[in-house]
Design a protein around this ligand. Structure first.
Ligand SMILES: [Zn+2]
Length: 252
């Protein structure tokens, strides 16, 4: 994050992405919605039905700013890697919430519970965009005010914990400790890992991660940092976990 810039400075965040697109293969596209502030997508124009791609989103909850900056910084440092990997990134899915430090959007809606609604102005565009595409990895980046450390949601469909989950947490642990709670968000947690059953979605609506996992992907991780830790450490920890996830998914 640039010095002297607020964690909720959306115009600087987008200006930085646009600057990046002028010197790299990345393209930044404004998405039109009825909302006063547009959200943006970032691609490298390698998306096609034949090749699985990397999907990363951040900022669906506007009071969780660290991952938005972490994704930007990680791409600033690794854009050459993205020349050959098809990508689709949404750097900040709730711009109004980001600016107003609000989990919800300006209509009081939790945008992480609307992914079963194909007519919502946000999901309508994204679901159309990803129709027919498959992901080799999708990451949803979040923060949690109740957390005492980092943790990850890994969709559970039976079987053992994905060994990548622990490796990703190990990378994030260089900057922040693991969340020690045994119950997180009403679910059992162990060593910073929660495995929600894909057959038991939240009553309030379908989260982004579940939609992506069930319709497009093989591996999905929802990565969380503790909101009460320093912003710098949260950014560094998220960046390290993005880095490790992508490393694991693209190593040959
Ligand atoms: Zn969140």
């Amino acid at each position: 994050m640039p010095r002297n810039c607020s964690a909720h400075d959306y115009s600087t965040l987008i200006r930085k992405w646009r600057a990046l697109s002028t010197k790299t293969v990345l393209r930044v596209r404004e998405m039109s919605t009825p909302e006063p502030l547009p959200f943006f997508e970032v691609t490298n124009d390698l998306l096609c039905r034949e090749k699985p791609f990397l999907y990363i989103s951040a900022g669906i909850h506007g009071d969780e700013p660290a991952p938005c900056w972490a994704l930007l910084e990680w791409v600033e440092e690794n854009h050459s890697l993205l020349r050959n990997i098809p990508i689709l990134f949404y750097p900040c899915l709730n711009p109004w919430g980001f600016v107003h430090n609000s989990r919800l959007d300006e209509n009081g809606e939790d945008l992480n519970r609307i992914w079963g609604n194909v007519f919502h102005p946000l999901t309508e565009q994204i679901l159309k965009r990803i129709e027919g595409l498959s992901f080799f990895l999708s990451l949803n980046l979040h923060e949690d005010f109740d957390a005492n450390g980092i943790y990850i949601y890994e969709p559970y469909q039976g079987g053992r914990t994905d060994r990548w989950t622990n490796q990703i947490l190990q990378a994030g642990k260089k900057f922040l400790t693991l969340d020690t709670r045994k119950r997180i968000d009403g679910k059992n947690a162990k060593n910073g890992i929660i495995r929600p059953r894909v057959t038991h979605p939240p009553k309030e609506g379908i989260p982004e991660a579940l939609y992506l996992f069930q319709n497009h992907g093989t591996r999905n991780f929802t990565i969380e940092t503790p909101s009460e830790a320093s912003l710098e450490k949260r950014i560094l920890s998220h960046k390290a976990m993005i880095e490790e996830s992508v490393r694991l998914a693209t190593r040959t």
